[in-house]
Design a protein around this ligand. Sequence first.
Ligand SMILES: [Zn+2]
Length: 283
Amino acid sequence: MEMKAVRSAYRPSGKLPARALAMMILASLIAVPLGLLMSNVIVGVGGAIAYVPQVIHESVLQSGAFDWYLPQVIWIIVVFLTLALAYGEIGGAGALIVCEAGNRWRNRNTVVPVILSAVSTVIALPLLVLNMNAVAASGWLGEKFSEAMSAAFGMSGWALSAPALGGSVALVTTVCITISEIRKVRFCEACETPLLERDIRSVGEHDIEPLVQSIQAGDFARTETLLDSAYGGSGAATLLWCPRCGRGYVEVKSEGENLVASREIGPEDFRGAKKAPAGGASR
Ligand SMILES: [Zn+2]
């Protein structure tokens, strides 16, 4: 029987150290030129790849035998993915660079990095459109690809539909990546140290229920005994702990990947498991 899913006992305080804020603002500005540079690389590589099916299609046409549609379909897919990626990447660059700065300088806030990544993306978007229109006008990736670029980044359409759609893709991308990246790193609130994380044991269906009960009861001696005799399975018992003060969390995931136990632990709990090397023999 699948056990009831619980919320993680880890709750970030939402604290935003001043240095983390300053570095994230700087990162959101640095992300603009870096994102634009990346989008040019993407368009260059995508345009080069799209050239192959285009040449195949043209040579088949010239042979006069028949009109073969497959190369055209491949061309459309490559071009669509390239231009969508150029928009999405602008959002991704802002998110990744802001989160890298936030996690490095011990930010535990989610709202501020989301806002900063979004601001970075909003600044970059009109520059992306101008940049891509200039690339399309230069025509160095071929007439056909330039036409597709003008359609994707052109400002003449109904309510600027292509840039509006692409901009929405970029903004959704930046928000999703920021939230996921910020959640990846968890901190000890007592000493602002990133927590170490390790799956101490894989656990099967039959071991999970007593294990969860011992954790809920705070009987960690029993938890450790149960873990020693656990037979293995696709569930996992995970320890997160602070390398400085030893505080942390014990968590159990069921075979269905649901979090079924999560509890704060003290410096003296699971001492042996914390000392064992990551990915060691205990698994
Ligand atoms: Zn600590």
